[in-house]
Write a protein that binds this ligand. Structure first.
Ligand code: AGP
Length: 616
């Protein structure tokens, strides 16, 4: 998620903006830039890398004094983290500067239209189109930047927060938002715009939350908010009570809590722009030709940790939808076992950070064997996608907490999109069946949002179980990787012994572990989709309960078969069996975070762990 700051008032804009960007650094970014308006001219400075790089540039090539400015820290989505792709983006006449957070879904068409009108585009970003469109539109609005922004916003689809300045409109900062946050800070003789309040609470705690499809015109003494048609729009004013550190977490106690709560949006953003109006999957960004996808005779997923569990979920879907055999390999084991890999193997490297050395070394090995590598990654321009033949980015936004949460759900979504696309190309599914799955996937952000409501329940459960010696997790079908993921979360956050099993394996040994009061968390598949599997896991619950286990059952709404055997019953929204990991995992994430907090651990930075393991 990018960081956005705008300022108009009496102070030196540059220091207000750069300080605001520094307070947004936690969001993660890979380039930064600022623009100011001074004496009728627009000046911008921008640089790949951290704020320090921008500040050294500003030291070498200072900006003029100004009391109006905008600033941006970029988390790359379209186009790698380079100086040219950094924001602000400027119109050809050099008079408009724009910064942006989100994804402009129709940017390709807009870029083509602009080029056809002779506009030279200088970056790979979606954002740049807005700067050119504003410059084209402004003259027709009698230099009303807010009106120009409204006209341009009506041409955009996707998710965007936009902030712009124009050197011929020297006392105005204009912002707009759709499906992406933008908040106003109301000051005394000054006003602020930001992607979250952390950027300006050092100056004011009076905040004005902007709503969907709204444009705000900021002057030092006025804040004017309209809808995209120019009608006055309602706003919500409130006092910010958070302290600076809480504000960085958007008011959440931990980054992990914030990132768990961001999962509905992360899933929605990962789906955005990848299905057209006719329901056809659009994944040409992957750069894998249909012919290549027809030629593959095996898929090998390589990953570590949570990403490996996402790969295990992907296997069930990919084989079911495409009939292409799929192996899922721990990256650290893969290249030492002399695997069978060749030119008709598609290797899928799943990695949130894109820097995990085990995964990087495994994919290098696979490429040496002639395999094509598709990266599924959350970090634009990182090493793994850079060295892959193709990439499909998850759009989860930066994941700061070491324990991976929203990355897991978006990795599953991304692998489902790839699997459906392969099925579409190889025609192993009817278009009607693909459409049905795509419709179900588009309902998932709402269902994930619903399951966030289990937070208080899971916190209470964690309090009860915090002194348990161990916790077992069992599941069947895609519930098995979810069980493994739940166990991993508990290990890395609560430092407790936890183990995940395929429920069918219990009787082959692990059932000897059972004793009175031992918590066993059971991920129950939907009764409809996997009826046989459902029956079997209900009997597994009876087996473990008969041996004294304390059963914590995660089952979908309306599944009453489990009621007699559940000491605790956590409900999740009904959804197709293959999609259930997207909702069943969330209570386990919350449970582990709550257990960590109950034990007084650092939820965001657990002991011994790094966010990205860049050593083998
Ligand atoms: C998950 O909570 C852990 N932080 C860890 O297992 C992680 O998933 C693994 O190291 C892989 O990281 P990556 O996705 O960045 O490659």
């Amino acid at each position: 998620m990018c960081g956005i700051v705008g300022y108009v008032g009496e102070k030196q804009a540059l220091s207000v903006v750069v300080d605001g960007l520094r307070r947004l650094e936690y969001r993660g970014y890979d380039s930064a830039g600022v623009a100011v308006v001074s004496d009728g001219s627009l000046e911008t400075r921008k640089k790949a890398g951290k704020l320090a790089n921008l500040e050294s540039l500003l030291g070498e090539d200072p900006l003029p004094q100004s009391t109006i400015g905008i600033g941006h820290t970029r988390w790359a989505t379209h186009g790698g983290p380079t100086d040219a792709n950094a924001h602000p983006h400027v119109s050809e006449d050099g008079k408009v500067a724009v910064i942006h957070n989100g994804i402009i879904e129709n940017f390709a068409e807009l870029r083509a239209e602009l080029s056809s009108r002779g506009v030279t585009l200088r970056s790979e970003t979606d954002t740049e189109v807005v700067a050119h469109l504003l410059a084209e539109t402004l003259p027709s609005t009698n230099m009303n930047l807010a009106e120009a922004m409204r006209i341009v916003c009506r041409q955009l689809s996707g998710a965007f927060t936009l902030v712009a300045v124009h050197c011929d409109v020297p006392d105005v900062v204009v912002g707009a938002r759709r499906n992406s946050p933008l908040v106003v800070g109301r000051g005394d003789g000054e006003n602020f715009l930001a992607s979250d309040v952390a950027a300006f609470i050092a100056h004011t705690r009076h905040a004005v939350e902007l709503g969907q499809d709204q444009v705000v015109e900021l002057r030092s003494e006025s804040i004017t908010v309209t809808d995209f048609d120019g009608q006055p729009a309602p706003t919500v004013e409130y006092e910010v009570t958070w302290d600076a550190s809480a504000a960085e977490k958007g008011g959440y106690e931990t980054f992990m809590a914030k990132e768990i709560a961001e999962q509905p949006k992360a899933v929605a953003d990962t789906l955005l722009g990848r299905v057209d109006a006719q329901g056809q999957l659009k994944l040409d960004e992957m750069r894998l030709s249909e012919e290549q996808l027809r030629e593959i005779d095996k898929v090998v997923v390589i990953a570590c940790g949570t990403a490996y569990h996402a790969g295990m979920v992907a296997k069930y879907a990919l084989e079911h939808w495409t009939r292409v055999p799929c192996e899922v390999e721990l990256a650290s084991e893969f290249r030492y076992r002399d695997p069978v890999v060749g030119p008709r193997t598609l290797v899928v490297a799943i990695s949130q950070s894109g820097e995990t050395m085990d995964t990087l070394m495994a994919m290098r090995y696979a490429r040496e064997q002639g395999a094509k590598v598709l990266a599924i990654c959350n970090t634009q321009g990182s090493t793994i996608p850079r060295e892959s033949d193709a990439v499909l980015y998850t759009h989860a936004g930066p994941e700061v907490a070491v324990a991976s949460t929203k990355a897991f759900l978006t990795q599953i979504v991304a692998t489902f999109l790839v699997s459906l696309y392969v099925a579409q190309v190889r025609q192993t599914m009817s278009q009607a069946d693909i459409d049905a799955v795509v419709r179900e996937l588009s309902d998932m952000p709402g269902k994930v949002d619903l399951v966030l409501d289990t937070t208080e329940e899971m916190k209470a459960l964690a309090d009860e179980l915090k002194d348990s010696r161990s916790v077992l997790f069992i599941g069947r079908h895609v519930g098995f990787p979810v069980a493994l993921e739940g166990a991993l979360k508990l290990k890395e956050l609560a430092y407790m012994h936890a183990e995940g099993f395929a429920a069918g394996e219990l009787k082959h040994g692990p059932i000897a572990l059972l004793e009175d009061g031992l918590p066993v968390i059971v991920v129950v598949p939907p009764p409809g989709g996997g009826a046989i599997v459902h029956e079997k896991i209900v009997s597994n619950i009876q087996e473990v309960r008969a041996r004294g286990a304390r059963t914590i059952v995660i089952a979908e709404e309306g599944d009453d078969a489990v009621i007699p055997y559940a000491d605790h019953l956590i409900r999740v929204p009904a959804c197709p069996a293959l999609l259930q990991p997207l909702v069943a995992t969330v209570p386990l994430q919350v449970f582990a975070a709550a257990m960590s907090a109950a034990k007084g651990h650092d939820v965001d930075q657990p002991r011994n762990l790094a966010k990205s393991v860049t050593v083998e």
